[in-house]
Design a protein around this ligand. Sequence first.
Ligand code: IVH
Length: 703
Amino acid sequence: MTNTDPATLSEAQAAQELADLAARLAQANRQYHTDDAPDLTDAEYDALKRRNAALEAQFPHLKRADSPSDQVGAAVADGFGKIRHAVPMLSLANAFAAEDVTEFDAGIRKFLNLGADAPLTYTAEPKIDGLSLSLRYERGLLVQAATRGDGEVGEDVTANARTIADIPQHLTGAPDLLEVRGEVYMSHADFAALNARQTASGDKTFANPRNAAAGSLRQLDPAITAARPLRYFAYAWGALSEPLAPSQSGAIARLKALGFQTNPLTVQCHSPAALMAHYIRIAADRASLGYDIDGVVYKVDDLALQARLGFRSTTPRWAIAHKFPAETAWTRLISIDIQVGRTGALSPVARLHPVTVGGVVVSNATLHNEDYIAGRDAKGAPIRDGRDIRAGDWVQVYRAGDVIPKIADVDLTRRDKDAEPYDFPQLCPECGSAAIRESGDAARRCTGGLICPAQGVERLKHFVSRGAFDIEGLGAKQIEMFYHDADLPVKTPADIFTIAARDAANPLQKLKNREGFGATSVTKLFAAIDARRRIALDRLIFGLGIRHVGEVAATTLARHFGTWPAFERAVTDPDTRADLLAIDGVGSVMADSLIAAFANPAERAAIDALVAQLTEVEPVIWRVADGSPVAGKTVVFTGTLERMTRAEAKARAEALGAKVAGSVSAKTDILVAGPGAGSKATKAAELGVQVMDEAAWLALIGA
Ligand code: IVH
């Protein structure tokens, strides 16, 4: 945006600036309302709107038909602030069958080294189908309410939360700092009445109580939220200045005593069988509860055990959600389309006659792979009793959780006589390259690599995604545009970093003059791209989009190697495969995939070109408490550990920022040797690695 006095502008200049402003503000509105990802602050947005109004006042005849001044609707200026959660809001692992529940119990016992008969208490409670909300109380006063968001950063909905009767504004006798977590929901009766009111007033109705609750809580005007009958159950907590109780059930009782609603169907159970019995009881009551639930949550009751069990990357080890079977519906399969993904997999997608499943209209469903369509599993055993799926069939659709809908079954009695079995393509529908299936791979994959436009686009989308380079203003839509662009084509990640220079070098076509762009947005985009020339090693490795290397693996590799050259050496030197395999969390499939990617000349060239565009690859930032004595150290455990299992030892060491390796090498810093330590202790002694027993290790980490 310029600050030139409007009175000094020529008509042409004013018209150009008004066009830029219209495009920029339209983009900001889209990002805010559609993508939920505004890239302007409220103040910046306001400033652009004011500038637009000033120009229009000076040049009334230049006011555009699509002038931002005339656009009504919620302004970004009123958007919710963002709140970073003091303790992340995690999700839960799922169980679907009774075996998953016994496995959950067995896994916990194994982790904690508890025998099958050792007493172990769980809590079991309904899983409320609403949206989670974190309430922060300081000295008993409600000071902040935040939605879950992406788990790390949520939206500030404090003013709205204050209008919910179930949420106390003051607490008496609470810890100085208390973050209460629970679910906002709407009862069936209130939902029906709300929809009736919406219909009467000609407003849009909600598909289900969860959408109604979410839509009502995320209102920019708290008066609207206040008029919506929202409720709240408390079931967990975040940051605390002192523990609420020694147990989960005690903590819930405490929350109840403080004035929160807690679910009356919460019980203690002493065995997986008791958990199952409570699940069946709740399932039987489900229809008469008066609000939606989608399963039963089991939690280890003892909070000291919860602390020992800790967390996987996004879910606690001490809890699981036992889901109810998904709702299903029958509909007609119109056709089967093939989508080509980032790693070349040809994924069949069912295009369906739209049908409502669990309150949501579904018109696409995944068909997984060619075996699934043919009615067999990866090992060739029949699924659906061997019934295949054909275009035109009647199929049964279900939605498990929030994931993309799936097809459970097919009705052969309704199949057209002339329906043909589906012929899975042997060529990539996007680039015509051979699509081949390697043994052991469920997917048929396009062999076109970087020449395949579908793979190219998907890789770029992955490259700019949140866990990778996360470039603001460069989302899936912009990637599609640039990929096919004649003036500023972006075919590989390195091309992203040359857009600005290429745009500057082109005297005729400027990006800022394009539909959907504008001077401000282009400046911002170039700045956002430039900012990522400095990137953390884990994001870089993840961003490469190498098959089998997900976010967790990328972090493991980045922590292990620390620098790009060290990582690069390890995946390009033929002698280092064993070193890769020695990393805990890296198996032969991943190691071979990394080696193959770097051995492929085209891939390698693309990677080198990208790295040449970067100015600094930062070592990963350890997300651990300051002062961890073992952060960054490589630790190996050997022999028998007496006070904890291997899994627990590893999880704890990693939580403190240590790397845990499976074998001793010159890179090992500490060998923790229990009784019976054999060759590893000998090797450590030879290499001069520090060796300590379990007690010394526990003392070192302050356990
Ligand atoms: S405990 C560390 N208990 O389910 C995890 N969550 O799938 C703490 N939910 O994001 C969550 N009812 O929104 C817990 N009784 C319950 C719940 C519950 C519903 C939601 C919650 C969470 C999601 C995880």
